[in-house]
Design a protein around this ligand. Structure first.
Ligand code: ADP
Length: 485
């Protein structure tokens, strides 16, 4: 197998797909987890920092109100405390009065200026506002100064602090998480490999078990109950194996039957010719004896010839795409012709032939094969009959099918043999059949010919009383229809 073929095989394998699935299921949460942890940490730290500032500001607001700082702008205590907060967070604290004027700026830059910002307006309306700008690395907290008596917001703190320490802590955390992440990724890869192998292993077992038998169909049934699918697969395989086994047995049986049947006339001929040679060695062979033996040999050759002809007919019809010459045919006329041909044989055996046909029938059939099928049935009716017996053939038709019934007053077929008479070389009474020139292939040919027309054949018989064969064939031949027996 070339390189691209190998890759295609790997990519198409169930093992590979299960592996990818497990990796995706395992790794996606790990990557999301890292993002989640870092973001959560940052948000949590920022909000803690903001709430600490808020606490400190609200504690300080009481002092500011008490000292009237918003009006006078002077109080050493308040100044000190404001500077303390600014120093603590290495940031900037701005104090704004009710008229949006900056009373105090720990950076002493904007004092006396008026500041109007959205957050500030919201704060005066009673809302707490934190403002975190990650890109600029600082937090801005706007915190109200509320008059305890009037409950009015009389001023506000604007505290801006850098988040350098938070960013640093985040970076450290990110490194630790990365180590955990790498360990987890490796672990997930190993686990995914292990489980993907484990999950598809039963399918490997099925293949191994199927291969273990090689071409020998006589090995045991396989059973992999690990999954429902593998169980179904094993069952399907076993069924297929049984079918092939049955086919193989029937093929072997057929070959051995063929050899046996072909050998029998040969053996007779050998015996006849040997005895002629032997007699010739002992002296003059009488002319009559010579002639008698030659007639016997001729008969054996005829028999051999008939077996071979029948076999060839059967094999031709057995092919998967048998050639069938369908023609619109007048069935009444065709059967009339068949009977005309068989009448001399029947009268030689003292058997009366009669045809009953109720309606004219036009159907699509292969005339040669249909003739073969019906001739075999009528011939059998004559062959396996009694003295002064009869064979009645009746024809009937409905909208879809036509029916041929061949009924005889013959020896009948024992119930236990009726199921097998359509098999090749099956004969109820081997010696009797041979005596009257049967090959055991006639009914197999008939059945095959009927099946090729998508028809059906049935036998009804009572030993000693007679036999009836009924054939049902569709009036219109269709390529697709499945055959039934
Ligand atoms: P054969 O060449 O021996 O007649 P067939 O395949 O035509 O072979 O028939 C198989 C066997 O079925 C025959 O050997 C015979 O025993 C039995 N059989 C077939 N048709 C009849 C019948 N009409 N009456 C009695 N037995 C029959």
């Amino acid at each position: 197998m070339n390189q691209s073929g190998r890759w295609k095989r790997i990519i198409n394998s169930m093992h590979f797909r299960v592996l990818i699935l497990l990796l995706v299921i395992g790794l996606v949460p790990v990557f999301l987890m890292k993002r989640g942890i870092l973001r959560g940490f940052e948000a949590q730290t920022v909000s803690m920092r903001a709430s600490m500032i808020r606490n400190q500001c609200s504690r300080l607001s009481a002092d500011i109100i008490d000292a009237g700082y918003l009006d006078s702008g002077s109080s050493d205590v308040v100044d000190k405390e404001l500077n303390q907060i600014a120093e603590l967070y290495s940031g900037r604290v701005i104090l704004v009065n009710g008229r949006f004027r900056i009373i105090r700026d720990t950076y002493s830059i904007d004092e006396g200026k008026t500041v109007i910002a959205k957050e500030l307006i919201e704060c005066f309306q009673g809302k707490d506002t934190d403002y975190y700008v990650a890109e600029n690395d600082f937090i801005e907290v706007v915190c109200p100064i509320t008059d305890d008596v009037t409950k009015n917001v009389v001023g506000a703190f604007i505290v801006s602090i850098p988040t350098t320490d938070i960013i640093l802590a985040r970076r450290n955390l990110s490194q630790s998480v990365l180590i955990i992440e790498i360990i987890m990724v490796l672990l997930i890869i190993v686990i995914s490999f292990y489980f993907s192998r484990l999950l598809v292993r039963p399918f490997g077992k099925v293949t191994a078990m199927m291969n273990s038998g090689g071409t020998d169909f006589l090995t045991d049934d396989i059973s992999i109950p690990d999954y429902t699918e593998t169980e179904l697969l094993s069952e399907a395989y076993n069924q297929m194996r049984h079918r092939l086994q049955a086919q193989e047995e029937s093929r072997q049986m057929f070959v051995s039957n063929v050899s046996h049947e072909l050998k029998t006339p040969m053996t007779s001929m050998k015996v006849l010719s040997d005895s002629l040679i032997q007699q010739a060695q002992m002296g003059e062979v009488p002319n009559e004896l010579y002639q008698e033996f030659m007639v016997d040999i001729g008969e054996e050759i005829d028999r051999e010839n008939k077996i071979i002809t029948d076999l060839l007919t059967l094999v031709k019809m057995d092919r998967h795409s048998p050639d069938i010459q369908i023609e619109e045919t007048n069935i009444n006329d065709l059967i009339g012709l068949i009977l005309k041909r068989l009448r001399p044989i029947a009268s030689r055996s003292g058997v009366e032939l009669a045809l009953e046909s109720y309606k004219p029938i036009i159907a699509q059939v292969d005339q040669t094969k249909f003739t073969l099928a019906i001739s075999n049935l009528v011939e059998n009716g004559i062959k396996y009959n009694k003295e002064n017996g009869w064979v009645h053939i009746s024809l009937n038709v409905d909208n879809t099918y036509f029916f041929v019934k061949v009924q005889d007053s013959g020896i009948g077929i024992p119930a236990e043999d009726q199921g097998q008479i359509f098999e090749r070389f099956y004969r109820v009474d081997k010696s009797h059949s041979r005596e009257i020139g049967g090959t055991g292939l006639g009914l197999a040919i008939t059945r095959q010919a009927v099946l090729m027309h998508h028809g059906a054949i049935r036998v009804y018989s009572r030993e000693g009383e007679g036999t009836t064969f009924t054939v049902r064939i569709p009036l219109k031949y269709s390529e697709q229809e499945t055959a039934e027996s």
